[in-house]
Design a protein around this ligand. Structure first.
Ligand SMILES: C[S@@+](CC[C@H](N)C(=O)[O-])C[C@H]1O[C@@H](n2cnc3c(N)ncnc32)[C@H](O)[C@@H]1O
Length: 218
């Protein structure tokens, strides 16, 4: 979720691009309102759409997500994957899981989601499948750990997407408060690690709050 509309790009462009986005349908609009009201940090709409488009473009059948919240990004992924698609997603919060399950059921997608209640660093090593797409969106200080654990489970040609890599502008600018220091510094290190990872061809793009976007090349 964006810190503010123009945290990453100039205000006029941010406003223009925001207006250009297709309208969210009923369920997604409801999820956006729920997230705003309950301060749940879901992906920006353009990020969610971006991952849906990517899932569709690469014909993803299996996706792994670290950090599910209420399932906003999962619903986008599944819409891009079609009826054979399945998402394995991880979140430690009972409250988030209960809310997400309700939305999945209403979307008719409950059977296509495997929810693991727990911490991504502990759950990923237990997974035995191969994935086409990996979406990283949980604890910022742990991104490198998620990537290291999940990359061996991503097929060559599979795509990795990581949210919040510009962290409200702080990664390339001033850290706004002491409680943002550890996460910002971790993301600065992670971005270097991500774009130079020999198993990836990757970059960071100014979509939403900054998106890492990479394809596994070996
Ligand atoms: C930014 S939100 C995820 C938003 C979601 N991907 C979306 O766009 O709809 C981050 C989520 O990560 C979860 N989380 C916190 N610690 C975690 C961990 N160690 N492993 C996995 N998820 C974690 C939080 O409970 C929270 O729901």
């Amino acid at each position: 979720m964006k810190a503010k509309l123009d945290a990453i790009i100039q205000h006029d462009q941010a406003e223009y691009l925001d207006k250009l986005l297709p309208a969210s349908d009923g369920l997604l609009a409801e999820m956006e309102s729920y997230a705003a009201e309950h301060r749940v940090p879901i992906a920006d709409r353009e990020v969610a759409l971006f991952i849906e488009i990517t899932a569709r473009a690469i014909k993803a059948q299996r996706a792994l997500e670290c950090g599910m919240a209420i399932g906003y990004s999962v619903i986008h992924l599944l819409r891009g994957m079609g009826s054979d698609g399945r998402v394995v997603t991880i979140d430690p919060s009972e409250e988030m899981i209960a809310a997400a399950e309700g939305y999945y059921s209403r979307a008719g997608l409950r059977d296509q989601v495997d929810i693991h209640k727990g911490y991504a660093l502990e759950v990923i090593p237990q997974l035995t499948e191969t994935f086409d797409l990996l979406f990283i969106d949980a604890v910022k200080e742990e991104y490198r750990g998620y990537l290291d654990l999940a990359l061996p489970k991503l097929r060559v040609g599979g795509v990795v997407i990581c949210d919040n890599l510009l962290w409200g502008g702080q990664v390339a600018g001033v850290i706004r408060s002491d409680d943002q220091k550890a996460s910002t510094e971790a993301l600065r290190e992670f971005n270097q690690y991500f774009v130079t990872n020999p198993q990836l061809r990757a970059q960071v793009v100014a979509v939403g709050d900054g998106l890492g976007y990479g394809v596994k090349i070996n």
